[in-house]
Ligand binder design. Sequence first.
Ligand code: ARG
Length: 599
Amino acid sequence: LACFEPRLSKVVDMIFDKIIRQLFGNDIALPGNITQACQNTQHGDFQCNAAMPTFAFLKKQPGSSSSEYQSPQDVAQAIVRAVGTDHPILMDLQVNGPGFVLCRLQPAFLEQHINGWLFTGQLPFPPISQNEICVVDFSSPNIAKEMHVGHLRSTIIGESVCRVLEAAGHYVHRVNHVGDWGTQFGMLIQYLKEEYPQVIAQDGALPNISDLTEFYKNAKARFDADADFKKTSQTNVVELQSGDPQCLKIWKMLCDVSRLEFEKVYQRLDVNVKECGESFYNPKIPAVIEEFEKAGRLSIEEGGAKCVFVEGMKVPLMLQKSDGGYGYDSTDMAALKYRLFELKADRIIAITDLGQNDHFKLVFAGGKEIGWLQNGQRLKHIGFGTVNGEDGKRFKTRSGETVRLVDLLDESVSRMESKLRERIQEGKANITEEEVHEVAEAIGYGAVKYYDLRRNPTSSYKFSYDEMLSTSGDTAVYLLYARVRLESIAAKAKAEFNVDVEDLLRQQHPVKITHPSERNLVLHLQKYADVMEQTLDDLYPYHICDYVYKLANAASEFVTKCRVLGDPEMSNRLLLCHATTLAMHQCFDLLGIRHIKRI
Ligand code: ARG
């Protein structure tokens, strides 16, 4: 198992690479990946695209006009001939179009491959060349404001990105960059002083603010309407920033109240993220400004604002405002420096709405220009689109308010509960009334997550409970049901036929491919490592969704076309069901979807 290459595409790639070099010489220049999986599996499993660049290379050689290769197709034919007809791994080779070489994998090779990992209980991840330190900046709501649907997207995508990186063996700092600093605290502090004097008098007791958003709104209303209030608010900001104990105390209370609310959401969604908010970086900002100043990169604007103009960017980085205050840019530059030099991050990923694209471009470019990125560190911003209502406009409640995250989660779970109760009443369910809530939570939250993760984050989408909770189509509900169905086949085999998958695994009963649907399933199963490699590269969890959905379809075709229970191939097929279950299990884990055993 030591030299086991889990990526099928790599194996095929290596074979073609070897053959081409044997045929045309070692110094031939080929692009990094010459092989790709066929989109349409009617034509083949894989396609090698090397004939075209090879032909171009040959044409440049002296005396090429008399060469036996007059077209890329000729080169492709030569490759096909060189592979031959009894290759241990490749078969059914043919030339297609301008010179693509199509091929299929030998069933014996696929069998050997699946037998290589099935008994380890895990589908293998692609090998990584180096373990990296990663920072994933996600969720990051703002103190004293409600988490909204945008923060939900960041939270869901971020959690999955962390899980994928960790599964590959990287170390991940999961950072919640909460908005816990800034001028809004002046008015919040003032409002709290006025409305909750008893809280300030008592030591340590958290104010019983049932609805922080309401609190925020009221404070804002006062701020806008009352000039005196506004003035004292502004004084509070200065006092807070210079460390006034009372202001700090109130600020901390407000953060604590918010934190409790955020924590509830994280618990519900199995999200693990550690707070390191804007305030943490505040003391680190002056040194950053000094560094830019020393490098001669600071421009002082009229009024005294300190900016950095970055090549190719329309607006400058604003490191210090004219009133001396620090803003979003200042904090993010200090955060970037801290992550690179203190945390020693090799890779930094920030996940926010698309509206912040330019902000992150600017911050990353600023970091590059000042020389912070000399060790090949990778920086990425994942921007996501908006979540819209069925009318195509931004998702709002009936009364026109932004949808509260918790309400959305509650609604998803309660709809799922009703569906499960219906199943119980119809006698279709395998769970009791007592289990309904727990199962509804697993499916309800899973459905919200999957509905988001299954698409490219940059796309905006319409939110529809009906579509999201549908038992058919590309939904978590469909996938979770599919898995339960596979598990129930195994349970029946044990109960009715006395064949236990666990025994088969212990005996290392080998898998054999006896039917095209089995072959199709096995081929798809084994794309896992390739899919993970892609996901580790661009960090889009939708690759995993796409994989697990196609896997569920392949499995469903397999159990429809191939009889499992009572068939002579029962043991073999039970192992295929089991392999599928393992793969689904791993995908759900990476997507942050809970498992259910029965429905
Ligand atoms: N608090 C910000 C918001 O609600 C997101 C912060 C993202 N992270 C960062 N380093 N800027 O939009």
